[in-house]
Design a protein around this ligand. Sequence first.
Ligand SMILES: Cc1cc2nc3c(=O)[nH]c(=O)nc-3n(C[C@H](O)[C@H](O)[C@H](O)COP(=O)(O)OP(=O)(O)OC[C@H]3O[C@@H](n4cnc5c(N)ncnc54)[C@H](O)[C@@H]3O)c2cc1C
Length: 466
Amino acid sequence: MANDVIEALRAAVGAAHCLTGDAIEDRYLHDWMVKTPPGRPLAVVRPADTAQVSAVLRACHAARVPVVPQGGRTGLAGGALPAPDCVVLCLERLDAIEEIDPAAATMTVGAGVPLETIQQAAQGAGFLFPLDLGARGSCRIGGNLSTNAGGNRVLRYGMARDLVLGLEAVLMDGTVLSGMNKMLKNNTGYDLKQLFIGSEGTLGVITRAVLRLFPQPRSRCTALCALTDYDAVVRLLNHVRAGLGPHLAAFELMWPDFYQLVTSSLPALSTPLPHGHGAYVLLESMGTDPQADQARFEAVLGEALMSGVVENVVIAQSEAHVASLWSIRDASGELQRIFWPHAGYDVSIPTGELGGFIQACTRAVKKQWPGARTVFFGHVGDSNIHIGVKVDEEPFPEPDIDRTVYGLVRDWGGSVSAEHGIGVLKRPYLGFSRSAAELAAMRALKAALDPLGLLNPGKVLPEPEG
Ligand SMILES: Cc1cc2nc3c(=O)[nH]c(=O)nc-3n(C[C@H](O)[C@H](O)[C@H](O)COP(=O)(O)OP(=O)(O)OC[C@H]3O[C@@H](n4cnc5c(N)ncnc54)[C@H](O)[C@@H]3O)c2cc1C
């Protein structure tokens, strides 16, 4: 049977792009987060277009072989990990930028185009594609859409799902759903594309997309603020929302534990504001008039300083200064080096309650592990906080820390995954943020589109209880 499928796959994509046995390179066997996959794939296939993707899925469907889609494998929830004896469907050869349409302000792309390539192509055409995240050079747009990626500019431009007008996806039985719509308004029945965005490759395989482009900003104003506490952070958020309006592009919180850790452990970082404040916020506006925008930005922050909402502020005076302020926030990428071993979390809590949650979480962790250290930082303008919990215990008690943190997220009415998805890692906790009725509706959707349960099995949906 396995030989028949392999033959069908070779016929579908060509022998050179159907890898089996020792020819399967190590990179296809794990993702960024999980280095030990649950099983070895039967084959890795690398189709070149939608027709080949459809042929691969048809062959696997006929033979009842599970399929795991892969983009750039930078996911942080283990969603792209191969299942035992599956076929890994790697989308990296669907890497064409098919069209930039200036009138519609759209770009039509294949699912395998790296995010950074899309950003550069948009810039070259005088536009901005605003989705941006640390993995931009390696992640692929199909992966970004499948995980509904967030990143640094959600406050202004929305999540990945807000940046798509049209989508092409292939169902497990090989059916191609091509909805390559370019129109901003199109209320013709169910918005099928949204089913495939954020469902982490469990409902269909994304092959092409029509992306929204935006005017290239001409100004960028950046500041680092020090505040007394989280109440002041919320007051500042409201103040800059009112004062900067749609120009507000980033509002990033760094809790003192994070600011202190990164600025004292990484010699390359400056410490633009002293340690000891109750909270630090990096904020940014983007506009179209450099002089007027800078004046307005400074006036709005001047008011915040005068009224005591912020205690201290540094406003970037050059591109190099902007980069040095952002490098403090981006030092979260160094936590694996300077704050190890730790358990990491990406959760959402309603913005007004985040300060209380941070205190409750710190208390709960320290009660259980008195020597534990925590760091909190994140896209607080989007209700999204990242948490690191370091416990010096052997073996590292990750499952216990998970239960403590996710239990609190449930109690505070939050989301166990703000932007990284569920994959395999958060699957046991999906029910902490979704009701039984919601889980049942998700299972009904899965059964309708993939009745044999072959597409990315073991991801997202927990096993039904009982
Ligand atoms: C340094 C770093 C920084 C990051 N920062 C952020 C951040 O700020 N915000 C954020 O949201 N994420 C972030 N991530 C997580 C990750 O980059 C995103 O989840 C990204 O969108 C995944 O894209 P990928 O191509 O690597 O997908 P993969 O990891 O290959 O796959 C992710 C999921 O999508 C499915 N999939 C992939 N391609 C397709 C397709 N064409 N059709 C159907 N299903 C598919 C896979 O099966 C899997 O379930 C970061 C990761 C790293 C390593």
